[in-house]
Design a protein around this ligand. Structure first.
Ligand SMILES: Nc1nc2c(ncn2[C@@H]2O[C@H](COP(=O)(O)OP(=O)(O)OP(=O)(O)O)[C@@H](O)[C@H]2O)c(=O)[nH]1
Ligand SMILES: [Mg+2]
Length: 232
């Protein structure tokens, strides 16, 4: 299913896919690699790696996707996996508040090992399900993007890849010009306008960048954000 760019790949970038167990990291990878959607949660032990060639409006690149086990007991927190990563997708499940609350921890771990400058896309999966997490907010930051998708509905699957390619190549108007056409799972009914609207609402309500001197507790209080999850 993965496409074969007609032109030579100029760069391969290592991209970690991080997030709690069960958020859908392996499903995302498998969908892109084979088109299949697996209903069952088979936890990953260690990691899976798959290289995805991508044709963009500027050049062909490849993302080497490292899908890391979300459960520490399955070897997911192995620091060695992080070496030489150039970017990350941090995934959470929009129907699970605890997985959204864990994003900050995954992001901290990534920046501690790989540095603060690398591109990160926080990605809410299972967008077709009822949202069970409190209101989501993220802070404007260089090298940070947010998107939502549904592997089940095959909706917005290419968004994190496109956002990362833009950051990696420093080309704001870059577009993926070809990618695998994925089909929603059979017998599913998906409300695409609703999914789009919910994602746009989160994107509209960004927080300004945090200044060094800001006290986080005070800031939350000031903006009345007690019932929000801040994603970075
Ligand atoms: N409803 C819905 N379920 C999904 C979606 N994506 C994945 N799933 C389901 O979520 C469950 C977990 O998926 P995995 O991809 O195995 O999760 P993971 O993040 O790789 O988990 P670990 O390997 O344990 O870290 C599976 O039952 C998938 O079918 C989605 O977009 N919508
Ligand atoms: Mg997995």
């Amino acid at each position: 299913m993965a496409l074969k760019p007609s032109v030579c790949i100029q760069h391969t970038y290592k991209c970690l896919i991080l997030g709690d167990s069960g958020v859908g990291k392996s499903t995302f990878l498998r969908r892109h690699a084979t088109g299949q959607f697996e209903e069952e949660h088979v936890p990953t032990y260690g990691l899976n790696v798959h290289t995805l060639p991508l044709e963009t409006s500027y050049q062909a690149v490849a993302l080497e996707l490292w899908d890391v086990a979300g459960d520490a007991r399955h070897g997911g927190l192995h620091n060695g996996y992080f070496f030489y990563a150039t970017c990350a997708i941090i995934m959470f499940d929009l129907s699970s508040a605890s997985s959204a609350a864990s994003v900050a921890r995954w992001q901290r771990q990534f920046t501690e090992i790989c540095g603060k400058q690398l591109p990160v896309v926080v990605c809410g999966n299972k967008a077709e399900l009822k949202r069970m997490c409190p209101a989501l907010l993220y802070r404007q930051q260089p090298n940070f993007d947010y998107c939502e998708l549904s592997s089940r509905a095959a909706w917005n699957m290419e968004a994190p890849l496109e956002l990362l390619c833009r950051r990696l190549l420093r080309l704001k108007d870059l577009k993926l010009i070809s990618f695998p056409i994925l089909k929603p799972v059979k017998n599913g009914e998906f409300n695409v306008p609703r999914m789009q609207k919910q994602m746009d609402e989160v994107k509209k309500k960004m927080l300004p960048p945090r200044r060094m001197e800001d006290d986080v507790t005070e800031e939350l209080h000031k903006h009345d954000l007690k019932h929000h999850i801040i994603l970075n």
